[in-house]
Write a new protein. Sequence first.
Length: 85
Amino acid sequence: MKTPTQNVRVIGPNLRNEPTTFIVHDSSCAHCSRYEGEDGWKMDASTLIDISDCIWGDMIGEGSMDAEDGLNDITFCPCVKLPLR
Ligand SMILES: [Zn+2]
């Protein structure tokens, strides 16, 4: 069975007035337009940990953090319907 994935948009890291460095929405979420002009990219993910892994990959590779730590600096909009792991 294929693992279900969701196409999400990762927005950051230069957000103003936001509590975390990155914000993640479904790639079709209407709220994404609020961040027009901000850095961002789309990716397919099957878990929240996947997304954290992708965002913080370099630092995780260096061993200075792990994907679970990275979740603390990411806000997931309710439109992101993925399991933690
Ligand atoms: Zn959203």
